[in-house]
Design a protein around this ligand. Sequence first.
Ligand code: FEO
Ligand code: CA
Ligand code: CA
Length: 632
Amino acid sequence: MRTDSDDVSSNRSGNPPFQRVLAERFSRRGVLRGGTLAAAGFLLGGVAPNLARAASGEAGPLLGFSAVPLSAEDTVVVPDGYTATVFVPWGHPIRSDGPEWKADASNTAEEAARQFGSHHDGMHFFPLGQGPQASRNGLLVLNHEYVDQALLLSDGDEEMTQEKVDKGTATHGVSIVEVELVDGEWRIVDSDYNRRVTATTPVEFSGPVTADHPALAALDPQPRGTINNCSHGVTPWNTYLACEENFNNYFGTTDDSWEPTPEQDRYGIDDTGFGYKWFEVDQRFDIATNSEEANRFGWVVEIDPFDPDHVPVKRTALGRVKHEGAIVTEARGRVVVYTGDDQDGDYIYKFVGSRPWTELLATGRSPLDHGTLHVARFDDDGSGAWLPLTFGEGPLTTENGWTDQADVLLRARMAADALGATPMDRPEWIAVQPGTQDVYCSLTNGKAGEGEANPRSPNPYGHIIKWREDGHDNTATAFTWDIFLLAGDPAHDDAVDLDEDNMFGSPDGLWFDPQGRLWIQTDVSNSAQHDPDRGYDTIANNAMLAADPETGEVRRFLTGPRGAEISGVVTTPDQTTMFVNVQHPGEAVDMVGEPTPENPRAVSNWPDHAPDGRPRSATLVIRKDDGGVIGT
Ligand code: FEO
Ligand code: CA
Ligand code: CA
């Protein structure tokens, strides 16, 4: 987003900011240079072999491509020997008989619900078939995080109407399509699987906060929709988790007498939201008269892509926060789900299943409904603890105003405040390393730090933290942690151990491929992009990089078009096709320009570059010209 509402902290708990903890650790070690673990001379238990890769008998360097240079051009650049092709852009019909996208943005709300949404984000490829066929045919499932109304609507949003609200809600949500590789090209299959989940699709609630909970008793008796779906997760039983991030942005009111409750304030709900103005014409989004509607958001939503009739389920045991993602791993047969709550000064969470997931499924229970949510505390000595958000334990008692477990989950941020969790610099994606089960989290940027002596306070560039759960057991309640790297431009911060081939800012998307490459995607906000006063004069357009987690080597793999962030990445099982999302090309960039209904091309006209067109988000297909594994 151009100006991230999540840059503004709503955490008033007074828990020590992560930057102070980081500073204390750095000064304790006497290390101010060297962003990687290796450079800092600190390795958690020594260099962990990449078990997945070793098992496959592969040798040689993990990164085999030539770095691409920084770019300020309105195009996508990938390394020599690779080709990137635009696959599914915003507005493309999800079936061949669907409505064609109109470049003047005149598609109706009804048409939008039968097209791909906008602002592509988290994404997964679910293989169909076995062996080589699993990499040629599958279900592509992707989130549509938000909309830019200057580009979505042919006459912009100066005047709001119900039809505009309906087009906006239809353009949010999730797309599910069957895709296949034929003669070297990916195409959409007209399949029963193809469908949209939007911000008006009927949904169910499960777990401790049930649909009939008074806090969810909004005007519409039928709970509907998912919104601001940022990153995602995938369960071992092959369902997709769409995560609700900045849900507060959609609510507001024209009632001057309205004041937020402490709970609403803690979740960043105010009278204007992000400027969508939907509440002006649609009472659903009026926080003064329909406040319970906002409690229906901030959840992780499970969708079965293999069942076209499946009703999405909000899994409330995972807590109500601004979920960036919900990264699922497995330990001792249990599911473990990691979530970053993306707001400046907010927390990292972990859900641990109560019993082996196979046992729960076999008895008709969801493994995501039975378990304990925890929040992370990072201690100064490099250790850490997972603190349970359990009603009746610690400070979460009746005496302190907590009524039951549903209350704890509805107000998870406040429960985490009470437990003494560590405020972080905007936790975004989380990734679990194959083999070691170490966990990496991108902290995109922030300004919660204190003191002149703190080299990263404020922290405009972000960093990546990693931790190892005790005994490599992701269900553990204790861990050790360190900094994997500090992002940034070494010309502005000599603590940054990057150069022109790999410098970047604001890490966001993180994903380990099956061979253990860590893919890093960036989201420098368009208010900072190219701005020397923000230290972003040379870093240029957003990018995707690959890192070797053992050596700390980082190399730039892709640069995006103007105004876009890069977010969402997955490969086919054989790793010869990579899908990558380009989100919000052409959004207003303070140092470049601002799109208007009269000139939607002020910043970008990617990917179509049509003279009368407009920029649009899209999924890229990336293949190696020799048919090899992406990244080699
Ligand atoms: Fe949706 Fe925090 O990025
Ligand atoms: Ca993100
Ligand atoms: Ca971001």
